[in-house]
Design a protein around this ligand. Structure first.
Ligand SMILES: [Zn+2]
Ligand SMILES: [Zn+2]
Length: 298
């Protein structure tokens, strides 16, 4: 385990290394490389760490599980069990004391980055945490958890060997920074800015901007309403790349027992929408009545 100061320094050095794009002449293929590195590792995080480990939204082939876990770990957001274990606590205490990252409880900076850097010893999760308890016994996941720094190093070295400095910058430095903020934004932006289809007890919101960069996770109010569902975009027009990947894997038999969004949740969404329309109606009518008529009516 790396000491605190080393982990914190590495985090900030990698963040700052994104500035190296200004030392590298831009070419369109490099933007493609950024996209592959950002979005592929994003799916590793969301499909495996989030929807599988934290929410058990489907079952999957063990080899595929390891591959996605390794891709997710290459995102440099610590180990899969640490990540998912904290996420379980986020839902358990959402926007209340005990939530590891709530902008309502601890302010924007701590909820965005501070919480992630604070726990460098990996010792804030209980052994009874369901992720640790049930997935910590899988030796391949425990190995990734212990050596979580190895996949990012392999990615960085591989990029450099494949394409030199430009590939290192556009295939590792820049996308590792953008992916960190795309992920962290779900904890902050999605608890502050966006729409609330469901009236959940937390402050979760749906936001199409974060949904794009975090491959579907931006439909966060949907997700807080029904965490178990494999899809976070509950409707076809809610872009959810992670969901499309799960569907594609199911087609070839790598994923099964996919948890759907129950009909009662769609009914609830319709009911909330109708109630809000009904509540909005009187004020619209009031506004349409000229002052004189309104006075007469009183
Ligand atoms: Zn949340
Ligand atoms: Zn979740």
């Amino acid at each position: 385990m790396l000491p605190n100061i080393a982990q914190i320094s590495i985090f900030w050095i990698v963040q700052a290394s994104a500035l190296l794009v200004f030392t590298t002449p831009f070419r369109w293929p490099l933007l493609g490389l950024w996209a592959v590195s950002h979005f592929l590792r994003a799916v590793g995080l969301t499909l495996l760490f989030h929807r599988y480990l934290a929410h058990r939204a489907f079952k999957m082939n063990r080899v595929a599980r390891f591959v996605w876990a390794a891709i997710g770990t290459a995102a440099m957001q610590k180990g899969p069990l640490w990540w998912a274990g904290h996420h379980v606590n986020h839902h358990k205490y959402a926007d209340r004391d005990g939530d590891p990252h709530s902008p309502m409880v601890s302010g924007f900076y701590y909820a965005h980055i501070g919480w992630f850097l604070h726990d460098t010893r990996h010792d804030t999760l209980e052994a009874s945490n369901p992720v640790i308890r049930d997935f910590g016994i899988a030796p391949e996941l425990a190995l990734l958890e212990r050596f979580f720094i190895v996949p990012p190093i392999m990615l960085a070295v591989g990029m450099y060997l494949a394409g030199g400095w430009p590939w290192l910058v556009y295939g590792f430095c820049l996308p590792t920074m953008t992916l960190a903020h795309a992920t962290f934004a779900i904890n902050t932006v999605n608890h502050m800015f966006g729409s609330r289809r469901f009236e959940t007890v937390d402050e979760s919101r749906n936001n199409p901007f974060t949904a794009f960069f975090a491959v579907g996770e931006g439909w966060h109010n949907n997700h807080h309403r029904f965490q178990r569902a494999a899809r976070n975009g509950f409707y076809w027009w809610e872009y959810d790349l992670t969901w499309y990947t799960i569907r594609a894997m199911a087609l070839v038999g790598l994923v099964w027992d996919i948890q759907p969004v129950p009909a009662r949740i769609y009914d609830e969404a319709r009911a909330v929408k109708h109630r809000r329309r009904a509540q909005a109606l009187p004020s619209v009518v009031d506004a349409a009545i000229p002052f004189e008529l309104a006075d007469e009516a009183e």
